[in-house]
Design a protein. Structure first.
Length: 84
């Protein structure tokens, strides 16, 4: 029971302090870039850096949709002669 009470206290403490819990899913390269940006440019906000990561992802996704794709044509079927 003590563990549940401790968890409830910790959760309540987070709410009182105005904290916000966020889960991020980043590639290793994005994480390295994020840490580098935050270390080098201390005046940049985390929100700005994460927004930039989102814009880079979107640009990369759009770049893939413009990639070469094979042109497909429909094949017309002809009827086979019936054998009697």
């Amino acid at each position: 029971m003590e563990g549940a009470a401790g968890a409830a206290e910790a959760e309540g403490a987070g709410k009182r302090s105005g904290g916000l819990k966020v889960k991020l899913v980043l590639t290793r390269g994005e994480l390295e870039w994020l840490l580098l940006q935050l270390k080098e440019k201390r005046e940049k906000k985390l929100e700005d850096v994460l927004g930039e990561i989102g814009r880079r992802r979107e640009a990369r996704r759009k770049g893939r949709s413009d990639a070469w794709r094979p042109s497909l044509e429909s094949i017309t079927e002809i009827s086979e002669p019936r054998c009697l």
